[in-house]
Structure formats: C-alpha cells, structure tokens
Design a protein around this ligand. Structure first.
Ligand SMILES: [Ca+2]
Ligand SMILES: [Ca+2]
Length: 750
C-alpha cells in the first residue's frame, strides 16, 4: 500500500491510499496481497477488502491500523465479502458497530473462504472520559445490533478460519452464521458488555485451544444455536479451551440453543421407500422449507429413542434418513416391511431443530452459571475430561422449548467439578452433573462414567412433570466427595446407579422419588386420622433453640428459631414472635419429604404488625422453587399459592380481598383438595376459594418455614424475601381437608 501513498510513519489519514491498493488488487490475476509495512495507519472510513485479496501487515505488533473516533461509526470498520484474508495486523477502534464483517448470507457463491490470522483487535466503544449518559447511549445503541451488542468478528459461509488472534471488543467477540467448515484455534476472545459468542446454524466446526474471557462485569459466555432459517447444527469439536469470568445474563460458558419445533404428535403410518423412511404424521404439521435437515425423533411410546434427519416432506408425509449404523440399515433394507412396525399408535414423535454430535473434550471453565449445558435438543453428544471451577456444572436438559426438544444418546465421561459452588442472585447451591428432562420432552439413554466431583457438587437425575421425562440412565464408576448429596434422583425410569464412590457426603444416594413414595404411604395413613399431623404451639423453647412439634404420626418436626425469632406471650401461652429478621424452620426429612401433602389443611393464628406488602405465614420452600403450598399475608389479604407437577403456578394461585387488621389476632386456614378446590378461611369463615384443574401438586425437598417466604416485601418482589412481622401461634397441619365446621371450631376464640 506504500505505492499508493499509505504512510505508517505520519499522522495523515491513510484510508484512500489503502483502499486504492485494495481496489487495484482486484485487477491482479489470482490472489493478491496488499502489504502494510511496519508502522501505524489511520483510517476515517471503512476499508473494503475485495474477493481474492489478503491485507497483511509486517507482524501483529509492528503494523497497526487506528480508526478515527466518530459518533456515527460504519456498519463495520473492515468489510469483506468472501475469499479474503486479514493477517499480521493490529486494529485499534473506539466507537464501533461491528468491527470486522463479511457477507453473512452463508451462500457459498458469495460468502465464506475467509482467513483471519494473527490479528489483534482492541475495540472499545466506552474508551476515554465518557459521561455515564454517553455510556448508556452507546450501550443501548449497540443492543440494536444483537442482544449482545456489535460483533468484533462476524463471518459466514464455507471454509472459515480464525486462528492465533487476540480479539477484544465491546459486544459479541465472535459471530459465525451458517459457517460450513470452520476452525477457531489458538485465539483469545474477550466478550464485551453483555457480549457472548455464537455459532448459529453451523456445521463441521473445530474450536480448539482458545481462551474465552468475559471482559466486562456483564459479559456472558456463548452458544451453538440454530435460529432463523437454520434448523440444524452438526459436528462441533470443542477441545482445550479455557472459559472464564462469565457473570452477565444466564452466565452460560456454553449452551446449545434453538427454541422451536414443527410437529409434536402421533404417527399414522411408516414405511421404507426409495432408500428413506417415510413417516406419515397423524396431524397437520407446520413444515416449511427450513425444516429440511431438522430432527425427527420418537419421544414416547413404541420406538422412542429413534432419531432421524428430515430430508423432505409433502403434506403430512415426511421422508427421513435414520441415524443408525450401516449394519442395522442393511438388515432393515433387506426386509423393508420390518419398518412398518417401528411405530404404533402409542408413538409420539417430534420434529425440531437438530443439534448433533458435539464433542467437548479437555476444556476448563472458571466462574460461569453452567460449564456445558445442552438446552433442548441434543443427539449423540460426548462431554469428556472437562474441568470446572465455580460453575453450575454440566447437564443435558430435555425441554418443551417452543417445541418438544429431546436429549438422546448423550455421554459424560471423566469430567471433574473441582470447585462446586454454583452462585446466582443471592443463591448459592451445589453444582451438578445431571440428566434432566421436562415432560412432554424426554431425556433418553444418558451415560455418566468415571466423573469426579471434588466438593459441593452432586450427580443428579431430575425428571420434571413426569417421572418418565428421564429414561435409561447409567451412572457408574463416578466419585463424589464432600457433598450434601452424592447422587440425587428425582424421578426417572430405568435409572441404574452402581459402583459409584461417595466420600464424606452427608447423604450418599438421595432417591427422592423413592422417599416421597415411602412418605406418601405414611401420609395416606395419617389422612385417616382426625388429629393433625403437626402442631406447633410455641409455648416453650426446647433443646437447641427449637420448639417441639407434636404429631399424631411419628414425624419428628422440631421448629428451629432462626435469626431474631423468639417466643413471647401469644394467643394461647406463648407464640412465635417475629420482627422481620427471623423465622421458624422445620428441616427434618419428615418435613422435607413428608409435608408434600396432597389433600390437606394448614392453619395458624396470626397477629401481623404489617399487612401491606407480602409476608410469609407458612411456606414449604426456602428459595424460588416449585412448592406444594405457600400461604402469605398480601396487601391486607390472604393468598394461597402452589405449583403443579407440570411446573405451572397458574393452576393453584389465588388470593382474597383486604380483610386483615394489623395488631389483631386472626385465624387463617387453607383447605386443599388436590386437583379440585382450594378454600381459604379467615376467622372461621370461608374467605376465598377457587376450583383447580385436575393436576397434581408439585413436590420438593425443601424445609417448612413459618413466618418467611422467598418472594416478598413491599412492594412484593422476587429478589427479596418476605419475613413476617408480628406473632404466629398454634400452627397446625392436617393430612386431610377439614370441613367448614371443623375450621369454625378451630377459629373459636379461647
Ligand atoms: Ca499515515
Ligand atoms: Ca401457643
């Protein structure tokens, strides 16, 4: 470019000279190289890199381009379309939209064949002495480009290489869209404010030996997604990368992502024809061109676990290519009639985006919400020999994510959770390595072998909405040390756990489904008794600061006084006295598992000092979680809330009008007939009621809290708890619905 007047030793603008050299390069036959000699070059407008052109400096640290400061930056400072390369340069940019961009169509005729090597980018639209208002304006403007701001590198099409670069930008560090064949190796990528990285609709990608750092307090991580016209992302190899400091948004160091689906339902017929399987859907599907290449999977009934890729379709007939070994295919081909019995009228299939064959190997994650998450569809992924510090851990999560998205045939080998604290807003819990499924979706055939969880992390099987939402899990040869629970099993069908080693765990295997089942039997017996299963009269302090709960069954239900909770003169004898800084907690197994009641009554005497706002009376949860009952004072009224087994709160929640008076004793009661009706009583009279749909209540393993709720305050807010202020006395729980007369008798003043 020196021949065109670019001078790296003066402060004069070099835009025209470098652009002239680049334009001239298009006249050369074959590939042209435009060289920038050692020095510093200034540009005031974007450079356009023509096809078949390389812009190359003397070395990364010897040739630098600096873009002038402007309030109106171009779409990208370096803009190419296809067949271009940038090498051995540094680029310094203040205000920017995107920094380096190519044709993003993914069309092989006009996108792709891009190489970016040994490039250093420092792009910071917040550099210098901006006023807070200017920072806010620039941030908001950047969000018009993507939810993570402008892209530092933005590339598309076949054959894309980004290697040995150092990429620091204000928004997303890297955006690959419809890249077919990509290598991202040896880079340091810095995600900016709300920034992340994303591979959308890409196939055949190798991501090795990179460091990916959250460069801002609000940076997050990255994803492989299939959004827009894309319905498949296939073949990712991710190894030897380091992910660190992801604190913004959901903090996912890695997640797959692509909500959507074209069909979820039954199959009318199936047959083998012309080398493909023809599946006739029982109902109408919303199939568009983009669903070619997507996943068809059987998620329930006969043939569940079958996976195939959609080739084409006409009406309700979908032609698919099964993902099976050639041997099986040959056997089936020799007798095509065998395919007609693959499915029957119990079969449920889904057509949804395809994520297939991701390998995560030898990656390290520090400080993230999750290290590796399969969010929805994932087929044949392997996650092996990865290590995590202070992240949520690793999981595959089958979801109903705007479509039924299964997890099928995924494996987890030799991963380590070295430090296992999972931290969120005011929440600190154990990390996990988990197979999770949310009905009507399903997680099938997960294998966990040889993983090592060093501290505060658990192996977990979690089926939500239906025990069969997770089916066929093998967990063997794993080691869990220093954890509350070594292995937690909540639901699941065909869960095999054996030969795992638990060292210094409070509980080794916590099979919650099995424990709930045992407790359900006890509760059923208790439901036949007239007397309550639990009574806390708060009359005297027992051993270790607890108040003894009496029980008609053999439940051990001591209520521990927490914080500033104390006892004071109450309605009958003494009562629980709360000043907003404490509560009583019943945390035994008998409470955590046994108080997952189905048909029941909870009642208490309360004398609130404050009735405005939302304050817990009796709740079975210690944080935001599905709960079988939550009874609160809310804005002068009384509310009942509960989550159903399918995760919906709307089935059960309701409240009544203002009726409580601060400083006066009131008797409150909730009578719950599961799947039928919930009735609230105030001072012995029916106060509010609602019919509820025939859906069972959620269960959890949380303690019972008296005088506290996870979601509260004035005004009520999800980020602040609602500790009760005032007196609570005579808290009672029955394992049966009481009649109106019985409630009236309870509410009779002493
Ligand atoms: Ca110059
Ligand atoms: Ca009392």
């Amino acid at each position: 470019a020196a021949g065109f007047g670019a001078d790296g030793a003066d402060a004069a603008d070099d835009t025209a000279a470098i652009q002239a050299a680049l334009d001239e390069a298009t006249k050369a036959p074959g590939v042209a190289v435009v060289s920038l000699a050692r020095g510093r070059y200034f540009i005031s407008a974007p450079l356009r890199i023509p096809p078949f052109t390389m812009l190359r400096g003397a070395a990364t640290h010897l040739t630098a381009i600096c873009a002038s400061e402007t309030d109106d930056p171009p779409e990208a400072w370096l803009q190419g379309s296809h067949h271009f390369a940038l090498m051995d340069l540094s680029l310094f940019v203040t205000n920017h939209r995107h920094v380096i961009a190519a044709d993003m169509s993914g069309d092989p005729a006009r996108a792709g064949h891009v190489a970016i090597r040994r490039l250093c980018v420092r792009a910071d639209l917040y550099r210098g002495h901006l006023e807070p208002k200017q920072v806010a304006e620039r941030f908001e403007k950047s969000l018009q480009l993507s939810t993570g701001g402008g892209d530092t590198l933005r590339l598309s099409g076949p054959d894309v290489v980004v290697a040995d670069c150092d990429i620091y930008g204000s928004g997303r560090s890297l955006f690959f869209h419809r890249v077919l064949g990509g290598l991202v190796a040896g880079n340091h990528l810095y995600n900016g404010r709300w920034g992340w990285y994303n591979f959308n609709g890409c196939n055949d990608i190798v991501i090795v030996d990179n460091a990916i750092t959250g460069a801002d307090l609000m940076s997050t991580g990255g994803s492989y997604s299939a959004y827009g016209p894309e319905t498949d992302t296939v073949n990712f190899y991710t190894a030897g990368n380091r992910y660190e400091l992801m604190h913004g948004w959901d903090r996912e160091a890695f997640t797959s992502d692509a909500g959507g689906g074209a069909y979820a339902g039954k199959v009318a017929a199936v047959r083998w024809t012309e080398g493909l399987l023809e599946v006739v859907l029982a109902d109408e599907a919303t199939l568009e061109e983009r669903w070619k290449g997507s996943l068809l999977a059987a998620v329930g009934g006969r043939g569940r676990g079958f996976v195939a890729q959609v080739v084409d379709f006409e009406g309700r007939t979908v032609r698919v290519k099964p993902f099976i070994s050639p041997g099986i295919a040959n056997a089936a081909l020799s007798s095509p009639d065998a395919w007609t019995s693959l499915f029957d009228d119990t079969t449920r299939v889904t057509i949804t985006q395809l994520h297939r064959r991701y390998i995560f190997y030898d990656n390290e994650t520090y400080d993230a919400g999750i290290a590796v998450q399969y969010f929805g569809t994932s087929v044949e992924h392997v996650c092996a020999q990865n290590r995590s510090w202070r992240s949520g851990g690793y999981h595959g999560w089958a979801l109903d994510y705007y479509g039924v998205q299964p997890v099928i045939d995924c494996q987890w080998f030799g991963n380590e959770i070295v430090e296992g604290n999972s931290w969120g807003a005011g929440i600190l819990g154990p990390s996990h390595l988990a197979a999770m499924g949310f009905a009507p979706s399903v997680n099938l055939n997960s294998v966990f072998r040889g993983n090592h969880l060093h501290n505060n992390a658990s192996l977990e099987v979690l089926a939500q909405g239906d025990p069969a939402a997770v089916e066929n899990v093998v967990m063997e040869g794993n080691v869990v040390e220093k954890a509350d629970a070594g292995l937690r099993v909540q639901g699941g069908v065909g869960v095999l756990y054996r030969n795992n080693k638990f060292v210094d765990c409070l509980r080794e295997v916590e099979d919650i489904a099995r424990r709930l089942e045992e407790y359900r039997r006890k509760i059923a017996a208790a439901g036949r008794q007239k007397e309550p299963v639990a009574v806390w009269s708060f009359d005297e302090l027992g051993p270790a600061g607890t108040v003894v709960g009496s029980s008609s069954v053999d439940f051990n239900l001591p209520a521990a006084l927490r914080g500033t909770a104390t006892l004071a003169e109450g309605l009958r004898g003494q009562a629980l006295k709360l000043d907003g800084g404490g509560y009583a907690e019943v945390a035994t197994d008998d409470a955590r598992y046994g108080l997952n009641l189905t048909n029941f009554t909870v009642a208490a005497w309360v004398r609130p000092e404050v009735v405005q706002g939302r304050w817990g009376i009796i709740t079975k949860r210690t944080g935001h979680a599905a709960a079988p009952f939550v009874v609160c004072v809310q804005n002068g009224g009384l509310t009942f809330e509960a989550c159903d087994a399918q995760g919906q709160w709307s089935s059960y929640n309701f409240g009544g009008p203002q009726a409580l008076t601060a400083g006066q004793w009131h008797h409150v009661a909730a009578v719950v007939e599961e799947g039928k009706r919930v009735t609230l009583y105030l001072d012995g009279k029916e106060y509010a009621a609602r019919e509820v749909p025939g859906v069972p209540l959620a269960t959890n393993d949380h303690p019972l809290r008296i005088g506290w709720e996870a979601w509260g305050g004035d005004p009520p807010d999800g980020s602040t708890p609602g500790p009760f202020r005032g007196l609570i006395d005579e808290v009672k729980i029955w394992a049966r619905p009481l009649s109106a007369d019985e409630i009236a008798a309870e509410a009779a003043r002493p």
